[in-house]
Write a protein that binds this ligand. Structure first.
Ligand code: GNR
Ligand code: NI
Length: 171
């Protein structure tokens, strides 16, 4: 397994639309394992392949506590969503240290392939529901800050560029 570098907003590659996985083979299983290691190492509850610059429909998640229940979603599709919406505070490994409120469906049912290539359905609520919707947005090239006002987004963009520049200088 290997830790993969995570793209940071406003990297334009975060806006790439992922294509479906054609077959769950050795290459995809290796990607899944590397993404799991990357997610756990970064203390994230989810990670989309887009964030590690792989533009295929692969998500890993673990919203359990202790973190011992990995969920792998390949070619995920939302098959049902609650009418009820819910606002919650979100963060993103691609936008470190920024947290803000986003409105999502309270519950979603997702159909996907697992790491073994077998289809399954997941009923998600609470953090898992937020996370699935957040990760599926990444696969469509969308980052949660795009739900915020233009003013907030501009401030976040400037802050991220400054932070990345400082880190490159070794500050
Ligand atoms: O680690 C993460 N935490 C989180 C918290 C609230 C809502 C969504 C998330 S997902 C995020 C990891 C990440 O960036 N996934 O794309
Ligand atoms: Ni994210």
């Amino acid at each position: 397994m290997a830790r993969l570098p995570i793209l940071r907003y406003p990297d334009p590659r975060l806006h790439t639309v992922a294509r479906p996985v054609a077959s769950v083979d050795e290459r995809i299983r290796r990607l899944v394992d590397d993404m799991l290691e990357t997610m756990y190492e970064a203390d994230g509850v989810g990670l989309a392949a887009t964030q590690v610059d792989v533009h295929e429909r692969v998500i890993v998640m673990d919203t359990s506590e202790p973190r011992d229940r990995a969920v792998v979603l390949i070619n995920p599709e939302i098959v049902a969503r609650s009418e009820e919406l819910k606002v919650s505070e979100e963060g993103c490994l691609s936008v470190p240290q920024i947290y803000d409120k986003v409105e999502r469906h309270a519950r979603v049912t997702v159909r996907a392939l697992g790491r073994d290539g077998q289809p399954f359905e997941l009923d998600a609520e609470g953090l898992a529901s937020v996370c699935v919707q957040h990760e599926m947005d990444h696969l469509l090239g969308k980052v949660f800050v795009e739900y915020l006002s233009g003013l907030k987004r501009d401030r976040i963009r400037t802050k991220m560029l400054k932070k990345t520049r400082e880190e490159l200088r070794g500050e």
